[in-house]
Design a protein around this ligand. Structure first.
Ligand SMILES: [Zn+2]
Length: 260
């Protein structure tokens, strides 16, 4: 009997930016729209949420928006996020409360992945030690200290591990220092390997091209992680999911439906 029961990709917002942010050195002058996603996994032991999107307050409150997004030091421009797309409201649409999430797994601590942590003070929050260290050092401009400098129930991880019998955390550094991907085995369908920002687009996977932002500009490390994910996906007929690919997302958006 499988432990994993259901899997939901959840749209939490959108971001529009130059494609070079997703494909290093490629796509100058080309503007793309990217989904900002979270993934909810229901198991017989509890619920795991992979990433939590942006902090709604930093987008909706004009003063905060100015402070965090509308200045020269932040080159990406503000994301868009509606009230409906806030995770507490997405969860409500599924008949759930934020307290019903037992574990939040942060692929990394960039603003569009860890901003919603303030909504999840009840959950155990998993992040890689190296990621927390880089975030605290503000290793790049996509870390907002107020997103993660919170008294949460943190569980710092140092390697690969199983969150549950069919949910595995996989180290994929490169985009950031302690980036993690996740392999989820489903009761019926093929397993899903969530690349996170190790691969924003299918193009990153197909062409083995690093994301625009790389930890200490180490794009080779990022490409190694893409190759690692591809190797895993070939071995066990796993579906490898990019994280910010609008066309890919649209094909897989079944909310409030789910994969099983
Ligand atoms: Zn990122």
């Amino acid at each position: 009997m499988t432990q994993v029961k259901k899997f939901w990709p959840i749209l939490t917002g959108r971001h529009t930016y130059e494609k070079t942010l997703s494909t290093r050195g490629r796509g100058q002058g080309e503007i793309i729209k990217a989904p900002i996603l979270a993934y909810l996994i229901e198991t017989s032991q509890g619920r795991v949420l992979f990433d939590v999107g942006c902090d709604y307050q930093k987008i909706s409150q004009p003063k905060q928006r100015e402070l965090y997004y509308e200045h020269e030091g932040f080159p990406f421009g503000p994301p868009e996020m509606s009230e409906e797309e806030r995770l507490p409201n997405r969860l409500q649409a599924l008949g759930l409360k934020t307290e019903d999430v037992d574990v939040v797994f942060c692929s990394h601590l960039h603003f569009d992945h860890a901003g919603g942590l303030c909504e999840f003070c009840h959950a155990e929050v998993h992040v890689h030690t190296l990621e927390m260290q880089a975030a605290k050092e503000s290793a790049d401009e996509a870390y907002f200290a107020s997103d993660f400098d919170l008294p949460l129930n943190w569980t710092l991880q140092t390697g690969e591990y199983d969150l549950a019998p069919e949910i595995s955390a996989i180290e994929t550094p490169g985009h950031t220092a302690g980036h993690m991907s996740m392999l989820v085995e489903l009761p019926k369908g093929k397993p899903i390997l969530l690349a996170g920002d190790a691969a924003d687009l299918m193009e990153n996977i197909n062409d083995e091209i690093a994301p625009g932002l790389c930890w200490q500009d180490n794009d080779l490390m990022a490409v190694e992680s893409i190759r690692k994910l591809k190797t895993i996906s070939k071995q066990a007929q796993v579906q490898l999911w990019p994280n910010h690919d609008w066309a890919f997302f649209q094909k897989h958006n079944v909310f409030p439906g789910y994969f099983e």
